[in-house]
Design a protein around this ligand. Structure first.
Ligand code: NDP
Ligand code: A1CAB
Length: 254
């Protein structure tokens, strides 16, 4: 996720100076190949105006042990770690200018969604700075109810995974029907983006678009009947609820 943010920020503002920290040599080389400067360890002192924290929540403790100097950092910290709550971030980072964000991988293409919560202690000018910065990554929504962050993690952070999962079914169907892999991929991707455009224009419950496609007595209804019989919608909602619960568990275990 860290490199997706770096790529999106660079694309939004090519003049900005971005430094990625990546301990793994192979991953570091791939970031450098993407045109982003990357080094192995967090510099001491930290000179950046904004620091994104994109380790896994499970690595947060070891990150703090390896980098005790982060507690002297006076800039802005934006954590994208699932689960880890704002009070834990401000306490353990010894920083008042902390934001908890939940972005997704489409931020790399400036087509992401990012949900953000600011610590009560952040200044108005830093809040404005973060708004400007993150709005370059796509849709940006500031919230005040931290409880929503677990759902945001399931929905926004995980969203591209569920849509890709559905897309994988379309892709596999296309190949099994005889389409070349390249055509199957183009068709699948265009189906996703074309549908997304229609949904944005309609500004209505997505099921309405589904219904518009289902010509009475036609073909699509037959497919949707199978989805309904197998409770696909309920299964997806159950999946998101479980992801949301996992976010809460991760928050308690860091
Ligand atoms: N993947 C996604 O779509 C999303 C992820 N997130 C959040 O982003 C975070 C990262 O997730 P994801 O990118 O999937 O996980 P990855 O495991 O791919 O990335 C974690 C990164 O943190 C690095 N890291 C670990 N320890 C340190 C350290 N001490 N100093 C510097 N870097 C360190 C890892 O390095 P190394 O390569 O050496 O292991 C790795 O590059 C998580 O907190 C997750 O909740 C949020 C929204 C969406
Ligand atoms: O799967 C995860 O835990 C992270 C957070 C949301 C998306 N990826």
């Amino acid at each position: 996720m860290g490199s997706a943010i770096a790529l999106g920020l660079r694309r939004a503002n090519p003049e900005s100076s971005i430094l990625a920290i990546e301990p793994d040599a192979v991953r570091r080389a791939s970031i450098i190949n993407g045109g982003i400067t990357a080094i192995e360890i967090l510099p001491n002192p930290i000179a950046s105006e904004v620091l994104f924290l994109a380790t896994t929540p499970q690595d947060f403790s070891s990150f703090l042990e390896i980098n005790p100097h982060i507690k002297k950092y006076k800039g802005i910290i934006i954590s994208v770690m699932a689960g880890t709550c704002i009070s834990e971030l401000t306490d353990r980072l010894n920083c008042s200018q902390v934001f908890r964000a939940m972005p997704n991988l489409a931020c790399a293409e400036n087509e992401g969604v990012t949900i953000v919560l600011a610590a009560a202690s952040v200044t108005q000018s830093n809040s404005k700075k973060v708004k400007n910065l993150l709005s370059g990554l796509g849709l940006l929504l500031f919230i005040q109810n931290e409880k929503l962050m677990h759902s945001a993690t399931a929905l926004v952070g995980g969203g591209p995974a569920y849509l890709s999962f559905f897309a994988a079914a379309l892709y596999e169907y296309a190949i099994s029907s005889g389409f070349e892999k390249a055509s199957a991929l183009l068709i699948t991707a265009q189906l996703m983006s074309g549908t997304s455009r229609l949904l944005k224009l309609a500004q209505d419950d997505p099921i309405k678009l589904c219904e518009r496609v289902m010509t009475p007595g036609g073909t699509t209804q037959q497919a949707v009947n199978i989805f309904e019989k197998n409770q696909i919608k309920k299964t997806i909602i159950d999946g998101l609820k479980t992801a949301c619960a996992r976010s809460a568990t991760l928050g308690r275990s860091t």
